[in-house]
Ligand binder design. Structure first.
Ligand code: MOS
Length: 763
C-alpha cells in the first residue's frame, strides 16, 4: 500500500492496547444482564426438583400463591405452550431441548418444576420455598464410572490397520484415563430480564451468542425472529456455558408475557451447578504402538462421555488425535453414556482439553517405556501434514513451540529418573503437554459509520465475553482510518445489529476481522469519492484514487497529512486542498451528509475453496514445573511456560490474558476441579464456591507466555487465528507428567489427589 509509507500513519494492530471497555467495568458502570431494572419489574425464583429421577405426583402452589406480593406460580399445570428445540443445526443451537415444565417427568436433580414471580426477590424466594411438590422418586443414575467400552462404538477417524499394528508393535501403551464433570464458574452468573412490548420481547441476557439466542428463543416461544431482541452488552465471561440458551430464559419470557410486566430471573451460584451445563465426565482408553526407537506405528483412541437423558452431547475428545502426530495406523471411536444429570455443554476447549489429557499422558508413558526423553518422542513423531484430513497445514509451528518452551524451562537439565531433581529441599518435576485447537472463519457482518462529529462507529451483533472483542474492533477502525481510539465507538451485544458470530470456538476474532476491515475500507472509499465528487469539498475535481485518509484526515496521497506542509501541484489545477488535508468530518459536513455508512461481511472459510484445501489449527505447548515436599505431602505447580502458535496476535495483552487464564484453569483441572453427585438423590454435593474448588491467585504458578506470531494468511488478511480455548489444552497432562517426574506416581484419573501422592515411594 502506497499510503503505508506516509508519515504519521500508525497502526495499533499487534499493539498491547488496554481493553477499551476496561474503565466502564472497573468503575462499575458497565451493565450486566441482571443489572437492568424497569418500572413494574417483577422478580422470579425457580423451584427445582429435589429428586434426580421420577415423576411429580402433586404440586400444591396454593400456600405460595397466598403469600405477600406473589403474582404468579408457573408450573406444568398452567404453563403456556412453548416449543421443542433441536440442536446440531448451523442455526438455532440450544442446550436442553426439552421445554421447561413440558410434563411431570424429572430427569435430573435441580430440574425446574415451578417458577414463582413476585413484586420483590425476597417475596419470590420465600414463596418458592412454600411450593409443595411431592414426587414418585426413583434412584437416579449418577455413577461417575462410565463402565465398559461398548461394542459398536462410532468410529470418526480411521486409517491403516491400527489393531494389526498394535499387535505387531514391540513397545505399546494401553491405559485408560478419566476426567470428572467440571462446572463452568464464570464470575457473572446466568440471568434474564424479559421485557415485552406488544408481540415483541427484549431479553437482557448473559449470552455468548446474541444472534443464536434470539433464533432459539423465537423457536421456543413460537414467534418470528424479528420479534425477539437479545441484549448482552457486557458479560462476566462464559467459558462455553453461555453459548446456547438455557430454560431460565424461556421461563422469564413466558412469565413476563403472562403478567404483562418485566420479569427478572437470576441463576444463583448453586444453580450454576445444576441448570446451566458442565463439561461431562470422560473415560478414554489410549493404545499406542511404537518401534523401539520411538516411531509411532499405531494410535487407538476410544472414549466415552456422559450425557443427559434428553440430549446427546458428544465431548469430542478425539478431535486432535488424527493430526497431532504422524502415524500410519489410527482409529478414533466413541460412545455416549446416559446419566440423570442436566445436559452437558461445551466448556473451554471442549473435547480437546480432556482428549489431550489422555493422549499426551499416554505419550509421556510411552516415552518412559522407551527410555526416551518425552520431548524427543514428540520431535520424532511431529506431523508435517494433517494425516487425518489428508491436507497440508495452513501454518503449523508446534515443533518450535516445543523447542522454545524447552529452552525457557531448562529442559536440557532435566534428569529422567523420578525424584532426581531437587531445589531448596523440594523435589522438582518437569512435564510437558501439547495443545491444538481448530481455526476457521465463520460468517459475520458489520457496519461502519463515519460520523459528522468526527467519531467512527462500528456495529456488529457479536459480543465481548471479556476477551477483548470491543478492543479488536476499535484497533481495526484505528488502523484503517487513523482516528484515535477515544473517538471510536463499538456497538456489540445486541441481536438487532448486523448479524455476528457466537463468541465460541475461539473464532470470534478471526470471524470479525474481515467484516470489520471490509466495512471500514468501504466507508473510507465512499468518503474519498464524496471528497472528490462533492462541489463543496476542497478536493472537488481530484481523482478519488489520488486521495487517502490518514490520521483521520483526507489529503492528497502525495501530501503528508500534517499541517503546515504546503501543497503545490500544477498538474491538478482545479484542486485547492488545504495544507495538511482536512478532517474527515469536515468533508461530511461540507457535503451536507448525516454520515457515511458502509457494510462488510466475512466470507466463511467452509465456503472458501482456498481455505478448505488446508488443515486450519492453532498449536501450542505447556511446560509445567511442580514442587513436591514428600514429608508433608505438599504439591505446588510452581511454573508454567507456555509457547503458542495462534497466528498473528492482534492484541498481545488480550491474547496473553487468554493463555494465562487458561493455564490457571488448567491448574484447577489438574488439581482441584470435580463436580460430585450424591448417588441417592443425584444432588450436586459440592455445588458452591466453598466446596467446588477452582484455582485462585493463591494457586498461581509463575506464568510465562510466548506467542510465536506467525501470520496464517489462509484464515484472514491479518493472519489471526483464535486464542481463547487452546490455552487450557495440554496443561493437565503437563502437570501430571511433572507429578510423575517428581513423585513416581502416575495419575490417570483427574484431579490429582493427596491420596494418590501418598502412594509415592519416594521419601
Ligand atoms: Mo467456547 S467452550 O466455544 O466458549
Amino acid at each position: 500500500m502506497a499510503t503505508a509509507t506516509l508519515p504519521g500513519r500508525q497502526s495499533l494492530i499487534g499493539v498491547a492496547v488496554p481493553r477499551i471497555d476496561g474503565p466502564l467495568k472497573t468503575s462499575g458502570s458497565a451493565q450486566y444482564a441482571v443489572d437492568y431494572n424497569f418500572p413494574r419489574l417483577a422478580h422470579a425464583a425457580a423451584v427445582q426438583s429435589t429428586i434426580g429421577k421420577g415423576k411429580i405426583r402433586s404440586l400444591d402452589a396454593s400456600a405460595a400463591e397466598r403469600m405477600p406480593g406473589v403474582l404468579l406460580v408457573l408450573h406444568h399445570g398452567n404453563m403456556e405452550k412453548v416449543f421443542r428445540l433441536f440442536r446440531g443445526q448451523d442455526e438455532g443451537n440450544t442446550s436442553e431441548s426439552r421445554p421447561p415444565f413440558e410434563d411431570e417427568n424429572v430427569y435430573y436433580w435441580g430440574q425446574y418444576v415451578a417458577l414463582v414471580v413476585a413484586d420483590t426477590l425476597e417475596q419470590a424466594t420465600a414463596a418458592a420455598d412454600a411450593v409443595r411438590v411431592e414426587y414418585d422418586a426413583e434412584t437416579p443414575d449418577v455413577t461417575t464410572n462410565l463402565g465398559d467400552f461398548p461394542a459398536g462404538m462410532r468410529t470418526t477417524s480411521k486409517r491403516g490397520d491400527p489393531d494389526k499394528a498394535l499387535a505387531e508393535a514391540p513397545v505399546t501403551v494401553d491405559e485408560t484415563y478419566t476426567t470428572p464433570a467440571e462446572t463452568h464458574n464464570p464470575m457473572e452468573m446466568h440471568g434474564t430480564v424479559a421485557v415485552w412490548e406488544g408481540d415483541s420481547v427484549t431479553l437482557y441476557e448473559s449470552s455468548q451468542g446474541v444472534v443464536n439466542h434470539r433464533t432459539v428463543m423465537a423457536e421456543a416461544l413460537g414467534i418470528p425472529r424479528e420479534n425477539v431482541r437479545v441484549i448482552s452488552r457486557f458479560i462476566g465471561s462464559g467459558f462455553g456455558g453461555k453459548l446456547f440458551p438455557w430454560p431460565h430464559s424461556t421461563l422469564a419470557a413466558v412469565a413476563a408475557r403472562k403478567l404483562d410486566r418485566p420479569v427478572k430471573l437470576s441463576v444463583d451460584r448453586r444453580m450454576m451447578f445444576t441448570s446451566v451445563g458442565h463439561r461431562p465426565i470422560t473415560q478414554q482408553r489410549i493404545r499406542l504402538g511404537a518401534t523401539t526407537d520411538g516411531k509411532l506405528t499405531a494410535i487407538r483412541h476410544d472414549f466415552l462421555n456422559h450425557t443427559s437423558i434428553g440430549d446427546d452431547i458428544v465431548e469430542r475428545c478425539g478431535e486432535q488425535t488424527p493430526f497431532l502426530y504422524s502415524c500410519a495406523n489410527l482409529a478414533v471411536s466413541n460412545a455416549l453414556v446416559k446419566r440423570n444429570i442436566g445436559t452437558p455443554t461445551p466448556m473451554r476447549g471442549p473435547g480437546a482439553v480432556p482428549g489431550l489429557f489422555a493422549l499426551e499422558s499416554a505419550m509421556d508413558e510411552l516415552a518412559i517405556k522407551l527410555k526416551m526423553d518425552p520431548l524427543d518422542l514428540r520431535y520424532k513423531n511431529d506431523a508435517v501434514r494433517d494425516e487425518g484430513a489428508n491436507l497440508p497445514f495452513s501454518s503449523r509451528h508446534l515443533k518450535e513451540c516445543w523447542q522454545v518452551g524447552a529452552d525457557k524451562i531448562g529442559w536440557s537439565k532435566r534428569t529422567p529418573q523420578p525424584a532426581s531433581m531437587r531445589r531448596d529441599g523440594k523435589i522438582i518435576g518437569l512435564g510437558l503437554g501439547s495443545a491444538s485447537w481448530g481455526a476457521a472463519r465463520i460468517p459475520c457482518e458489520a457496519t461502519v459509520e463515519l460520523c459528522p462529529n468526527g467519531r467512527v462507529c462500528v456495529r456488529c451483533a457479536t459480543q465481548d465475553i471479556g476477551t477483548g472483542t470491543y478492543t479488536i474492533f476499535a484497533q481495526v477502525m484505528q488502523e484503517k482510518t487513523g482516528v484515535p481510539l477515544d473517538r471510536i465507538d463499538v456497538f456489540l451485544g445486541d441481536s438487532s445489529l448486523p448479524p455476528g458470530p457466537t463468541s465460541g470456538g475461539s473464532m470470534a476474532t478471526s470471524a470479525v476481522l474481515p467484516a470489520a476491515t471490509s466495512a471500514v475500507s468501504s466507508a473510507v472509499t465512499r468518503l474519498l469519492h464524496i471528497a472528490a465528487l462533492s462541489p463543496s469539498s476542497p478536493f472537488y475535481g481530484a481523482k478519488a484514487e489520488d486521495l487517502a485518509l490518514i490520521n483521520g484526515r483526507v489529503h492528497m496521497k502525495e501530501q503528508p497529512p500534517v499541517r503546515g506542509v504546503a501543497f503545490r501541484d500544477d498538474n491538478l489545477p482545479r484542486v485547492h486542498p488545504p495544507a495538511g488535508g482536512m478532517a474527515f468530518e469536515e468533508i461530511i459536513n461540507l457535503a451536507g451528509m448525516s454520515g457515511i455508512n458502509a457494510s462488510g461481511r466475512t466470507f466463511p472459510s467452509f465456503e472458501d475453496p482456498k481455505a478448505r484445501a488446508y488443515s486450519l489449527h492453532s498449536y501450542g505447548a505447556h511446560f509445567a514445573e511442580v514442587e513436591w515436599e514428600p514429608d508433608i505431602a505438599r504439591l505446588r505447580v510452581s511454573r508454567i511456560v507456555s509457547v503458542f502458535d495462534c497466528g498473528r496476535i492482534i492484541n498481545p495483552k488480550a491474547g496473553m490474558n487468554q493463555i494465562q487464564g487458561a493455564a490457571v484453569m488448567g491448574v484447577g483441572m489438574a488439581l482441584l476441579e470435580e463436580t460430585l453427585y450424591d448417588s441417592r438423590t443425584g444432588q450436586t454435593i459440592n455445588g458452591s464456591f466453598a466446596d467446588y474448588l477452582v484455582a485462585t491467585c493463591a494457586d498461581l504458578p509463575e506464568l510465562d507466555v510466548t506467542f510465536l506470531d506467525y501470520p496464517d494468511l489462509i484464515v484472514n488478511e491479518y493472519g489471526a487465528r483464535g486464542i481463547g480455548e487452546i490455552g487450557m489444552a495440554g496443561v493437565a497432562p503437563a502437570i501430571t507428567a511433572a507429578v510423575y517426574h517428581a513423585t513416581g506416581v502416575r495419575v490417570r484419573d483427574l484431579p490429582v489427589r493427596i491420596e494418590d501422592l501418598l502412594q509415592s515411594k519416594i521419601a
